[in-house]
Design a protein around this ligand. Structure first.
Ligand code: GDP
Length: 764
């Protein structure tokens, strides 16, 4: 089978599929590289629209710095997609294509990359590891069928991996683990496997053992096939492309033979425990003779175990030293599911009609918004109209592209299971479901209803034909943003609306008092990146106000209040009287509630009821202490009376005023976001970092030992963590890493609250 590198074929394919002849330049490239395809346009079509069972939609997830980007680069290189090895340390990788990513060496936007490996099509979404961008990860996981978790083998499971792992579990995504950095002296297979068991509560199925350790790490033994795989250190290129693969010989190092035999025995027993079919085969045909178990049967069983999510295959390697990436690619195709092996009700109801989910929008200067879609059923065609169920509107898609990081290849159509990039969809935003027409959506509703009737189950709402979107977390930071001049205000609004379509975790609102635009985001880095992108991509120099923490408010006790509003506007008199009680409602988490006493409920028309609710909600929006959103409050409406001719707006205004009174009487309490902090550092820096944390109102929960490092787990108020990365870098000479994640909103003590209020009032 030929491995086809699509970028080289690009021009040729376009011409052939359009039915026109090749241009001179294309002809040369075609002849030189792919003359075997010359008369076989069908094969070219197969390259573009592969058999669904050969597609793998895969995400890579990891803690920052574990080596995702390096691993992705190596995959692209060995698949023939790139011709030179990219290096994150030099800032020239393919997937980290946004300028900020290249500069900062982190992956921010999920870049989808498509490449072929052996006879499989791999659509790979490179997900970011920084906690400010967990929404990106969630968005990517929503449309993937399988994931590779990359670990630093010297650190095992780290904080961010845990978060992403939980997200993958939520979406029931089968995973493969890759223990990277086996070349590091502190790398430990045992430690990493144990941490997968204890921290991820997963069941690791070890498929390889490393040969040599630290700098002496030279290869692997595949426990399924008993093949020894050695990368040739002294080969001229030393790019890891050449490796030697042969069956283990009886003349090998006896220690290696012994550990292979033990590890393979353990693997077979473990798989037999997890898979009944394999257990029966083992008992019936092989008994204790594990050596005779055929590799194919064992591999099939490991695949079943992985797809049933009873275990996760574990592989090892060193991406930087070019070892183990080809075997990881083999494992992706062997163990992770094809799109048709995943269960989606919608596929059944839409049959061969198009059904796709928009999972990411990016803004391209020339082409406008580009929408990434995952096709669940049917075929998507360029220059066709599609119906967006969520927006209830038909849109025209002009072009269809295959995504190759920052390069895109134009294609005429794409079938189910694939990931595509569409041009021309102006209304569609992240999370929308796209089908071919309103009629096809109606037909799917019919099928779903018929099925529900056959099953005698409850009537299915048509909304269930919409693919589940993405949960957007609440922002914890905000700051004002100003254009350089009033003339640029409209441009800035446009830029922010483009960026919001791309990134729903970015929120923009207008301050009701100052009229300023406020940017709300997930962290310092998030806001900084947005600021940077407005400058680079939209050419607007904006001014950001100081970064502020998004506080909340609650009440500590119950209080009742009543209010009467009597106002004459023009020749109309408006009179309303309201009585209500607010209660502290701690078990509610972050929400608030409103109820009406029965006698009140009976007398309210729907208009007045809505006006009352609106009044309560606007009081929840701006609390009495600092004007922050209120949480954990239940309001009971006890009395509402009004004279005829009173407008709804006056009812709302009276309720809001009465709420403010009641909330003030109930004693306001400020809640602040408290973060879960994990710092990995050397023992020599521990005391200075602990000292610094004490000054930040931090509470140390645990100090763990991780090989030669210490892992410090603490909770710290977010307000104390501004600029922490710079301070930590100085304290540890750059030898520590940390991650920060929202834990909960906690009440501030009286002294801290007073300090904060004085600061806000400009008194401190
Ligand atoms: P990401 O943040 O997970 O995308 O990680 P990167 O791929 O950017 O790698 C982070 C750092 O680890 C870089 O300095 C890489 O050169 C280094 N790195 C990546 N893979 C390996 C490896 O296999 N061995 C060693 N020793 N370093 C590695």
């Amino acid at each position: 089978m030929h491995v086809v590198t699509i970028p080289v074929l690009r021009g040729c394919i376009r011409h052939l599929l359009n039915g026109s002849s090749l241009t001179c330049r294309c002809r040369i490239a075609w002849k030189r590289n792919y003359s075997f395809f010359r008369d076989d346009v069908k094969s070219v079509k197969a390259v573009l629209n592969p058999d669904i069972s050969k597609i793998r939609n895969i995400g890579i997830m990891a803690h920052i710095d574990a080596g995702k980007t390096t691993t992705t680069e190596r995959m692209l290189y060995y698949s023939g997609y790139t011709r030179a090895l990219g290096d994150v340390d030099d800032g020239d990788t393919v997937t980290d294509y946004m300028a900020q990513e290249r500069e900062r060496g982190i992956t921010i936007q999920s870049a989808a990359v498509t490449f072929d490996w052996k006879d499989h099509r791999i659509n790979l979404i490179d997900t970011p590891g920084h906690v400010d961008f967990t929404l990106e990860v969630e968005r990517a996981l929503r449309v993937l069928d399988g994931a590779v978790a990359v670990f630093d083998a010297s650190a095992g499971v780290q904080a961010q991996t845990l978060t992403v792992w939980r997200q993958a579990q939520k979406h029931k995504i089968p995973c493969v683990c890759f223990l990277n950095k086996m070349d590091k002296p502190a790398a430990s297979l045992k430690y990493s496997i144990d941490s997968i068991k204890t921290k991820l509560k997963a069941n690791p199925v070890l498929l390889q053992i490393p040969i040599g350790s630290g700098k002496g790490f030279t290869g692997l033994v595949d426990l399924i096939t008993k093949q020894k795989i050695m990368w040739l250190e002294n080969s001229l290129a030393s790019d890891g492309r050449d490796f030697e693969m042969r069956a283990l010989q009886p003349s090998e190092d006896p220690e290696l033979l012994q550990s292979v035999s033990e590890a393979r025995g353990a693997l077979i027993e473990q798989v037999a425990d997890l898979d009944d079919e394999f257990a029966e085969l083992l008992l019936g045909d092989y008994g204790e003779n594990f050596d005779a178990v055929p590799a194919g049967k064992l591999q099939e069983a490991v695949r079943r175990v992985t797809l049933a999510r009873k275990g996760v295959p574990v592989l090892c390697g060193s991406s930087l030293k070019n070892k183990g990436v080809q075997t990881l690619l083999d494992a992706i195709t062997a163990y992770l599911p094809a799109p048709n092996e995943r269960h989606h009700d919608l596929v059944r109801w839409y049959k061969d009609d198009l059904c796709a989910l928009a999972f990411k929008v990016i803004h391209d200067k020339q082409r406008g918004p580009l929408v990434f879609v995952r096709i669940y059923s049917g075929t998507m065609k360029a220059q066709s109209a599609v119906y967006n169920i969520n927006r209830n509107g038909t849109e025209r898609m002009s072009r269809l592209l295959l995504p190759f990081a920052d390069q895109h290849i134009e294609i005429p159509s794409l079938s189910a299971g694939n990931i595509a990039l569409t041009v021309g969809l102006k209304q569609t935003v992240t999370g929308d479901t796209i089908v071919s027409s309103k009629a096809s959506a109606a037909a799917a509703v019919k099928r779903a209803e018929n099925e529900a009737e056959d099953n005698r189950s409850s009537h299915r709402e048509s909304s269930s034909l919409v693919l589940a979107g993405v949960e957007v977390p609440e922002p914890v930071f905000f700051c004002s943003i100003e254009p350089p001049s009033m003339a640029k205000q409209a441009d800035l609004e446009h830029a922010l609306s483009c960026l919001q379509r791309e990134d729903p975790s970015l929120k923009v609102r207008t301050d009701p008092d100052s009229g300023q635009m406020i940017l709300c985001g997930m962290g310092e880095l998030h806001i900084e990146i947005i600021h940077d992108r407005i400058k680079r991509e939209f050419n607007i120099e904006t001014h950001l106000g100081p970064l502020q923490v998004a506080y909340r408010e609650t009440i500590l006790q119950s209080a009742s209040a009543s209010d009467t509003l009597d106002r004459t506007l023009g020749d109309k008199r408006h009179v309303v009287t309201v009585e209500l009680t607010v209660h502290s409602w701690t078990e509610s988490g972050t929400s608030c509630d409103i109820t009406f006493e029965d006698k009140v409920k009976a007398q309210l028309s729907s208009d007045i009821r809505e006006a009352v609710e609106h009044g309560v909600q606007s009081a929840y929006f701006q609390g009495p202490v600092m004007g922050c959103p209120v949480q954990g409050v239940q309001t009971v409406i006890q009395h509402v009376s009004w004279e005829s001719g009173t407008s709804s707006a006056m009812v709302s205004a009276c309720v809001s005023r009465c709420m403010l009174k009641a909330l003030r009487l109930a004693g306001g309490q400020v809640l602040e976001p408290v973060m879960e902090l994990e710092v990995t550092l050397g023992e020599e820096n521990l005391s200075s970092v602990l000292g610094d944390l004490a000054q930040r109102r931090g509470t140390v929960r645990e100090i763990q030992t991780q090989q030669e490092n210490k892992v410090l787990l603490a909770t710290v108020p977010l307000a104390e963590m501004m600029g922490y990365s710079t301070v930590l870098r100085t304290l540890t000479s750059g030898n520590a890493t940390f991650s920060l994640e929202l834990s909960s909103y906690e009440p501030m003590n009286l002294q801290d609250q007073n300090t904060l209020l004085n600061k806000m009032a400009g008194l401190a």
